[in-house]
Ligand binder design. Structure first.
Ligand SMILES: Cc1cc2nc3c(=O)[nH]c(=O)nc-3n(C[C@H](O)[C@H](O)[C@H](O)COP(=O)(O)O)c2cc1C
Length: 380
């Protein structure tokens, strides 16, 4: 039996170089990577009734992916969702499973990376490792895995009655990813842990990407940052403002660097962009006026924010409507690029974005914003 090492002996710099040389888009030279986020769920990232051609059909989904692919975006990244969040829109209530979604997107595109976002408690690591290899092969080495531990209680309870207490979710995730990494690199795997017993497991072929597909995690708690710094290539963070982005990015990279490694930082948010400030403001007001305040109230109450000041709660709810609590980029093309520059200087290396109407607005983004990003040195 030949056994390769669990963590092939590459320094972080060597890993980055190897991935760049083999054409892994998330490692290209663009200082601000771009991804499409949330185009696998009804209403995408915006909890609003504002008019949009966006719909959850396969034809429409492929169209979004192909436009983003043609514009040179680096990633298509889905939301992991099995259950709508309620409100008037039953926000995200229609949703595509993410590994199979990624397989379809891979077949429909040429260069963009395709991610699955996977709740680790819902999938056995041997199955997820195998599905990931399959999509990595379908895509010619363009697959990435975004792991989430699960936080939406009713959703996790669909799968067995309970949601683990917070830090146990990351202990579970640590075993899960160790098993997956070993399935990607070793001939035979035995494992005995707190959550898994694995006996003489095997998985061939191996992924095209060496040593394994690009790994992302969106944990922002101390346990989440520690997990991500230890195991992943990118931390996907939520932040209220640029200062918080800078602090969180430095924190998680500091944890990784103390272990002799490093990782990239991704943020997320919707883009609300028009030629003039007046048009932008009109669109913003319209999205909020037609917002699903019922689901925003439920989510902000669930996060314990009902105890804050009214202004703080309202601001949180607005952020939810405008893009799942992400950092919205709002303004004219010039203003959007200024905001992206600020984020890049704060340590954010990529933004996973959504639009009220992906198909309508992406071509405009390509014409009006991308050239300015190139001029500003954010993209080649
Ligand atoms: C940028 C970002 C994206 C996320 N995407 C998802 C998702 O698609 N599905 C999901 O169930 N949770 C998602 N989450 C929730 C996280 O995976 C995680 O469960 C949550 O942040 C709680 O972990 P923490 O306490 O370590 O921060 C996301 C969180 C962030 C910050």
């Amino acid at each position: 039996m030949t056994v390769t090492t669990v963590r092939p002996d590459l320094s972080y710099e060597e890993l980055v170089e190897a991935r760049r040389a083999s054409g892994v888009a998330m490692y290209n030279r663009n200082k601000m990577k771009l991804g499409i986020f949330g185009a696998n769920c009804s209403h995408g990232l915006m909890a609003t009734h504002a008019e949009s051609s966006y719909e959850l059909t396969w034809e429409h989904t492929q169209r979004i992916a192909q436009i983003a692919d043609g514009l040179g975006f680096e990633a298509m990244l889905p939301v992991a969702r099995y259950r709508g969040m309620g409100g008037d829109t039953n926000f995200n209530g229609e949703n595509y499973e993410t590994h199979t979604w990624a397989a379809g997107i891979a077949q429909a595109t040429e260069q963009i990376m395709v991610f699955s976002t996977t709740h680790v408690p819902t999938k056995h690591p041997i199955v997820a490792a195998k599905e990931s290899v399959t999509v990595d092969h379908i895509s010619g080495g363009r697959f990435g895995l975004n792991m989430t531990m699960g936080w939406y209680k009713a959703e996790m309870e669909m799968f067995g009655g309970t949601q683990r207490e917070h830090d146990a979710r990351y202990r579970f995730g640590s075993e899960w990813i160790e098993i997956a990494k070993r399935m990607w690199t070793q001939d035979r795997v035995d494992f005995s842990g707190e959550f898994f017993e694995i006996k003489d497991a095997m998985s061939d072929p191996k992924p095209i990407q060496e040593p394994w597909p690009v790994l992302v995690n969106a944990g922002n708690s101390p346990a989440g940052l520690e997990f991500c710094a230890r195991e992943c290539d990118f931390n996907f963070i939520a932040f209220a403002d640029v200062d918080e982005a800078r602090t969180t990015a430095a924190q998680v990279r500091g944890i990784a660097q103390a272990q002799g490694r490093d990782l990239g930082i991704l943020g997320y948010g919707n883009i609300i962009c028009r030629d003039t400030e007046k048009e932008t403001k009109q669109l913003l007001d319209h999205i909020l006026e037609k917002g699903d305040w019922a689901v925003a109230e439920m989510v902000s109450a669930g996060l314990g924010s009902e105890s804050g000041s009214f202004d703080k709660v309202k601001a949180l709810q607005e952020r939810f409507i405008l893009g799942y609590g992400g950092y919205p980029l709002i303004g004219t093309p010039e203003q959007i690029v200024e905001q992206l520059l600020e984020l890049e200087q704060a340590g954010i290396g990529g933004m996973m974005v959504g639009f009220l109407d992906y198909v309508e607005e992406l071509p405009y983004f390509g014409e009006a914003v991308l050239p300015l990003m190139r001029e500003a040195g954010l993209r080649e």
